[in-house]
Design a binder for this molecule. Structure first.
Ligand code: ZN
Length: 448
């Protein structure tokens, strides 16, 4: 997803409310006055605890991988309109040594091309959303099969292998683990015992129907018999971003150079979160990262949130934090669960621990220089529900991550990371065929 317009860029300053008749009401008048005159605040109302980072004696990470995705729904002109969604994801490898010589503000196109040469892989697929029928079966079955086939088709099946690696805990030597439990797409009962170790398909113990390992994600739970919502495309994008990122992790984990995986920064666009039915893989992801940590091969991953609740909160308080001038040291603030509830969501009384089922990374604010701040997610391995958790020591590889960040900051957008920007360029809408061509494609399908 693209970076948003920053707050330091010129915005619309003129009053949009002054001409309203209702302004005569003293209540409305007072509201408008408060609204238009930013109240003076002396200090950070959230009392965020920022820590100063000292990069001395910390070795930055050598390689950088970034993953990003996008999707675009397309409707045909016919009645009733046919609708499909195209999804695209990209994984990009950057050699930091090559990246370091590139001017971050005015990148030289040839140097950039060199840094990117042969290092990006992309993946794309298309889903039927409405009024599209295949001769193979219902829309419901079409989507299940497209999910499975799409995961299997690229890179010699590497992404599908990564799903198996995560589901069957193949980082453990001699693992015999079964897959996590999931809902049968035919009878909607839970397949509690999961699938046999390493299986790609199995039979539902309740109805005998054939289930795929890729049904584990639960895409079918978002769908009706004959149509699928647009959210299906965003969910698939999210899952593919995870599979692509962990494919890079997996290949390095099993690489003969055993130091490689711990010497690399993996960046995902967006939070390290899998919500609702997609969260079934979260315990395995946490277990792997914990395993990697305790065996001395920590995996450095960050997720960057470029919009949303955390980003808005950080934007409202970041001016109170150092560094106030360029050249001053970077500061960071790991966010404890109590802080997230109290200051970010402003709902201190919630009963569920923050991120219990869904998050495989914890939140952290970083301010690199006066114009560059970001919301990052960093894994911890094991999760703790405590309200005063996590602290800096719980975030895997924090020092090396922080030592690497400054060289990755781009000044094209506020708080943008160069590798994410580049991955976004590959995965973005602009590299889709134009909407007209996609529509014609849809209409061409109709006449067959
Ligand atoms: Zn069943």
């Amino acid at each position: 997803m693209p970076y948003g317009q920053g707050t330091r860029l010129p915005g619309e300053a003129a009053s949009k409310l002054g001409h309203l008749a209702v302004i005569e009401s003293p209540w409305v008048k007072s509201l408008v006055e408060d609204f238009e005159s930013a109240p003076a605040v002396d200090g950070d109302p959230s009392k965020t605890v920022w820590q100063t980072f000292d990069p001395k004696e910390v070795v930055p990470l050598r390689g950088v991988w970034a993953v990003d995705g996008s999707f675009v729904p397309v409707r045909s002109e016919q009645k009733p309109p046919r609708e499909v969604a195209f999804v695209k994801t990209a994984l990009l490898m950057l050699d930091k040594a090559k990246l370091d010589v590139i001017d971050k503000d005015l990148p030289h196109p040839l140097l950039l091309r060199d840094a990117l040469k042969d290092t990006g892989v992309q993946h794309a697929t298309v889903f039927p959303l409405k009024n599209v029928r295949t001769s193979m079966g219902t829309n419901y079955d079409a989507v299940r099969n497209i999910v499975r086939d799409s995961m299997r088709v690229d890179q010699g099946g590497a992404y599908h292998d990564t799903m198996k690696w995560l589901a069957y805990r193949k980082w453990e030597p001699d693992s015999t683990a079964r897959s996590p439990a999931f809902q049968c797409p035919h009878c909607r009962k839970d397949v509690d015992s999961g699938l046999d170790h390493d299986a790609e398909t199995g039979l539902c113990p309740h109805c005998g129907g054939e289930v795929f390992l890729s049904d584990l994600w639960g895409f079918h739970m978002e769908m009706g018999e004959d149509s699928a919502p647009e959210s299906l495309a965003s969910s698939y994008m999210l899952i593919m971003e995870h599979l692509m990122l962990f494919t890079a992790v997996r290949l390095m984990w099993h690489h003969s150079d055993r130091s490689l995986v711990a010497d690399t920064l993996f960046i995902k666009d967006g939070p390290l979160t899998l919500r609702s039915q997609y969260s079934k893989m979260v315990p395995n992801i946490r277990d792997f990262l914990q395993y990697a940590k305790v065996t001395g091969r920590p995996v450095h991953i960050i997720g960057q949130e470029k919009s949303g609740t955390f980003f808005d909160h950080l934007a409202s308080i970041v001016r109170f934090a150092a560094p106030h001038n360029r050249g001053e040291p970077l500061t960071y603030a790991p966010l404890m669960h109590s802080y997230v509830h109290r200051e970010v969501y402003r709902s201190p009384d919630v009963s569920n621990p923050y991120g219990l089922k869904t998050n495989w990374g914890e939140k952290m604010y970083v301010k690199v220089d006066p114009g560059a701040f970001m919301v990052l997610n960093v894994p911890t391995g094991n999760y703790k529900a405590d309200s005063d958790w996590p602290t800096a020591g719980d975030l895997i590889g924090l020092s090396r991550i922080l030592a690497t960040l400054p060289s990755l900051v781009s000044h094209k957008f506020e708080g943008a990371l160069y590798p994410v920007e580049l991955a976004n360029g590959i995965a973005s809408m602009s590299s889709y065929p134009s909407a007209t061509i996609l529509q014609r494609f849809l209409e061409g399908q109709a006449s067959r």
